[in-house]
Design a protein around this ligand. Structure first.
Ligand code: NAI
Ligand code: MG
Length: 510
């Protein structure tokens, strides 16, 4: 644990931002919420309140949706060329980099994660997502279709923006999540109401300022800070929202599906996960130890794709477990502002209680605790990287998403790939998986048998803007990133043009 002194005071720019009164971004203006609701924002490393933001309610949601609708129907946005939209999106990416130090610091105050991560990972990833999707703005083409006889019809499809999109995001990668949602919507010509998580609203608010600075037309991006059950629920049920894109818990995903039924809005969901890391007996053990440690503990385990179930062949089990446990014990847990920190606190008291509750449940169920298991310090939401062995699928630490630095290890003796895949697939989730083996045939076979949206071979957390992410089973609906991700913000329109007068079908009945 780093000393409290390592927890710095905010830089002047960030201090000024934290002290400001923050409104809601609606129709290009920062406005106060109708009912004057507020949300306190806390530093998860000290539990101290660091800012206050506005809490939108249903009346504010109505205003934001109306602003997005006006911008979509009447504004210049949808009528601009893709190339012009791309330039604005690219400009926003530039502004993220120009303001990277400030944004990275804000993210660390808000979420707790190490600032060397927010600066070296979150900011570049966010700006590259914008640049990637900017490229799609000029490449959203349909197909030409053959119907009738040659010369009868010219038929083709076009992809049009879905319309007004509500985007509800979580707190684990606040800025990346905001940009991953915004970028494809903007590239297609949709307009957006974005609601960040109540735990981490700060970088979304700063992003809203940069959106204005970049020169987006008013109302194209609206940002509402607010409570999920209030503002999020109002967006999900809103009759004038055409699509909702959500990342968060499976439980809330289900509520969003129900709420969206009223106007049958399009829904994409990126939900929970319980991703297996499957280690065969021929795996490169050193690579597994390094990769699996990152797979579970990166971002304090607060990742939907965290490799939270290690499923390992008994021949290499002891060696792999000993290596991971040793690395887990050596991980430096502390303030995100201490340059030597490797993982920061959990995001909130709620998550701290949830994660420590799962650790207690694992102990009670009889799993063997071989590393961690304790809180770190007595202030802030720090939890030790924790490893349980002897975990079986009936235990809650194996069955449920913990979303913290807790790994459960299950050994297997089987050589049969179908049986191994069945073990990996014993979960209601299907977001990601990694397979560790040096045998190319086994790697491909398992990749085919595992039911999840992503399978990595000899790596974990491998991705990029061009590679779709999303879930099988209860991990969600649809995909984000890549062509699949952008197409999810479009409607397909089929157009058929008759090239000469058609025959009279009534005449045929004579
Ligand atoms: P959550 O699903 O409640 O929150 C995510 C977002 O949904 C936030 O913006 C929240 O304001 C909003 N929300 C909450 N209730 C809503 C409702 N009724 N209608 C519309 N929007 C609503 O997740 P929470 O409570 O922060 O975390 C609980 C668990 O969810 C975590 O322990 C983890 O297992 C999972 N989770 C998964 C994430 C992922 O990346 N797939 C991200 C965050 C949480
Ligand atoms: Mg919740």
């Amino acid at each position: 644990m780093s000393s409290p002194e390592a927890h710095k005071t905010p830089s002047p720019k960030v201090a000024a931002f934290l002290q400001r009164s923050h409104g809601l971004l609606i129709g290009g203006e920062w406005v106060q919420p109708a009912a004057k609701g507020e949300i306190a924002v806390f530093d998860p490393a000290t539990e101290a309140q660091i800012a206050v933001v506005a809490a939108a309610d249903a009346a504010d949601v109505d205003l934001a949706v109306a602003a997005a609708r006006r911008a979509f129907e009447q504004g210049p946005w949808r009528r601009m060329s893709g190339a012009t939209r791309a330039k604005l999106i690219w400009r926003l990416a530039d502004l993220l980099i120009e303001n990277a130090d400030e944004l990275a610091e804000l993210e660390t105050w808000d979420n707790g994660k190490p600032m060397h991560d927010t600066r070296a990972v979150d900011l570049p990833v966010a700006s590259e997502l914008l640049r990637y999707f900017a490229g799609w703005a000029t490449k959203l083409n349909g197909i030409s279709a053959s119907i009738g006889d040659p010369g009868d019809y010219q038929a083709f499809t076009v992809r049009e923006p879905i319309g007004v999109v509500a985007q509800i995001i979580p707190w684990n990668f606040p800025l990346i999540m905001a940009v991953m949602k915004l970028a494809p919507a903007l590239a297609t010509g949709c307009t957006v109401v974005l609601k960040p998580a109540e735990e981490t609203p700060l970088t979304a608010l700063r992003l809203g300022e940069l959106v204005a600075e970049a020169g987006f037309p008013p109302g194209v991006v609206n940002i509402l800070t607010g409570i999920g059950e209030v503002a999020g629920a109002a967006l999900s049920v809103h009759p004038d929202v055409d699509k909702i894109a959500f990342t968060g818990s499976t439980e809330v995903g289900r509520k969003i599906v129900q709420a969206s039924a009223g106007n049958l809005k399009r829904v994409t969901l990126e939900l929970g996960g319980k991703s297996p890391m499957v280690v065969l007996s021929d795996a490169d053990v050193e690579a597994v130890i390094r990769g699996a440690t990152t797979g579970i503990f990166f971002n304090s385990g607060q990742s939907c794709m965290a490799g939270s179930r290690l499923i390992v062949h008994e021949r290499v089990h002891d060696q792999v477990v000993a290596g991971i446990a040793e690395r887990a014990r050596a991980i430096k847990v502390g303030s995100g502002f201490d340059p030597s920190t490797q993982i920061g606190p959990l995001v909130s008291q709620t998550q701290f209680q949830r994660v420590t509750g799962y650790i207690a449940a694992g102990l009670k169920a009889g799993a063997d605790l071989i590393a961690g298991g304790e809180r770190v310090g007595d202030r802030g939401y720090f939890v030790q990287p924790t490893v349980f062995t002897g975990a079986d699928p009936s235990m809650s630490i194996v069955a449920e998403e913990i979303f913290g630095p807790v790994l459960s290890v299950t050994a297997f003796a089987d050589e049969d790939l179908e049986a191994i895949a069945a073990l990996a697939n014993t979960t209601r989730y299907g977001l990601a998986a990694s397979v560790w083996t040096q045998n190319v045939g086994k790697a491909h076979t398992l990749a085919g048998l595992i039911r999840s949206g992503q399978v990595w071979v000899n790596g974990h957390h491998v991705g990029g803007a061009d590679l779709p992410v999303g879930g099988y089973k209860q991990s969600g609906w649809g995909r984000e990133n890549g062509r699949d991700g952008i197409e999810a913000y479009t409607e397909v329109k089929s157009i058929a043009v008759a090239l000469r007068p058609a025959g009279d079908w009534l005449a045929l009945k004579g």
